[in-house]
Design a binder for this molecule. Structure first.
Ligand code: KG4
Ligand code: ZN
Length: 335
């Protein structure tokens, strides 16, 4: 039996988790900083690092209590080394390094997106390499061929905004607060997705890249036009529904093509944007293969996914030493 402590601090969620043998979650503590950043309409990096620093030790204590184990019983420490906000990553990396050093435990560096992908492996052991992963979060929108453990090929990625960034920016424009994804999903459910015809960027392009910044601008122009002619508030659910439908079409179609191109039999959905049920459904309908998606709490940033990926990295002998540093631009293939 192997107990891995996972630590995640890449953005605005502090996570500490304890996972047994890569798949059995004994504790998965998450402290969200949403209230801290909400009034600024987005994550303020300096505030994020300080908040991680404040909560990380208490979070470790509560994870150990929930898992009913002591630090001595932990076999190895896995931590998100990147990508993410450098100050935030540094808090987790330094904390993990001190725990590993003091307890003489192996230190395992994990790529944040790899963690998101492994959230699927925690919940369903039917997922088998090779498969395609669609990772859509606040910072990334990537289609990745996962060929075997820790062997990735990027099939396509966004050329400008990430899908989650588009949700957040559109929500901010519409005055809906931060983060944008959940509130747009809720409003979209009450709106008519066909009321506005928003563009489907890059849909006719045969490559597997994405672009969401033009869609965001189209929503802005539409919103501004409506505002000139009167009360716009009752049209917001329609705008949200139209915007979400455009994202759904693009993600579903590109994921379908990625599956065809790679002849994959399975598609794994990962990252915070994939918490969106309407998007999941749209992708499921069109994928043409078996589709996997973690439960919502494992889709959003958490440390159980880091501990899980860390377990498999440990088995594969991918360890770090005390020179490990935060890598804000870490690429999957570098790892
Ligand atoms: O993976 P994640 O928790 O953090 C990053 O690694 O970025 O993803 C956060 C992103 C945010 O942009 C947030 O608005 C988006 O995921 N998100 C959603 C939903 N829940 C969170 N987007 C669409 N629909 C949702 N229900
Ligand atoms: Zn994430």
């Amino acid at each position: 039996m192997m107990l891995i402590l996972g630590i995640e601090t890449s953005c605005d969620e502090t996570g500490v988790a304890i996972v047994e043998n890569g798949r059995r979650i004994l504790a998965n503590e998450v402290a969200s900083q949403i209230p801290l950043h909400a009034r600024f309409g987005g994550v303020v990096p300096e505030l994020a690092s300080r908040a991680h620093l404040r909560v990380i030790a208490p979070l470790l204590r509560s994870a150990l209590a929930r898992a009913q184990c002591s630090l001595d019983q932990i076999d190895a420490v896995a931590v998100t080394a990147g990508p993410g906000l450098v100050g935030s990553l540094l808090v987790g990396v330094s904390f993990a390094k001190s725990l590993a050093y003091v307890g003489r435990k192996p230190l395992i560096p994990v790529h944040h997106l790899e963690g998101h992908i492994y959230a699927n492996i925690i919940v369903d052991d039917r997922l088998r390499f090779p498969f395609v992963a669609l990772v859509a979060s606040g910072g990334h929108t990537d289609l990745i061929e996962c060929r075997e453990s820790f062997k990735y090929r990027i099939l396509g990625r966004t050329r400008d905004d990430a899908a989650g960034e588009a949700f957040d920016k559109v929500a901010k424009m519409l005055g809906l607060g931060y983060p944008g994804g959940p509130v747009i999903e809720r409003l979209a459910a009450q709106g008519n997705r066909r009321a506005f015809a928003f563009p489907r960027p890059m849909l006719s392009d045969s490559r597997l890249d994405f672009s969401f910044s033009g869609l965001k601008t189209a929503v802005l122009y539409c919103f501004d036009d409506l505002r000139k002619t009167g009360d716009v508030s009752e049209r917001i659910p329609d705008i949200a529904a139209g915007f979400q439908a455009a994202i759904a079409d693009v993600l579903a179609e590109k994921a379908r093509r990625a599956v065809v191109d790679t002849r994959a039999k399975q598609l794994a959905l990962a990252g915070g944007v994939m918490a969106n049920r309407a998007l999941r459904e749209a992708i499921r309908e069109r994928a043409g293969c078996e589709v996997f998606a973690p439960p919502i709490d494992l889709t959003l940033d958490n440390a159980a996914m880091i501990a899980s990926a860390g377990y498999y990295r440990y088995i594969g002998g991918h360890l770090a030493d005390m020179t490990l540093n935060a890598s804000p631009n870490l690429r999957l293939s570098d790892n």
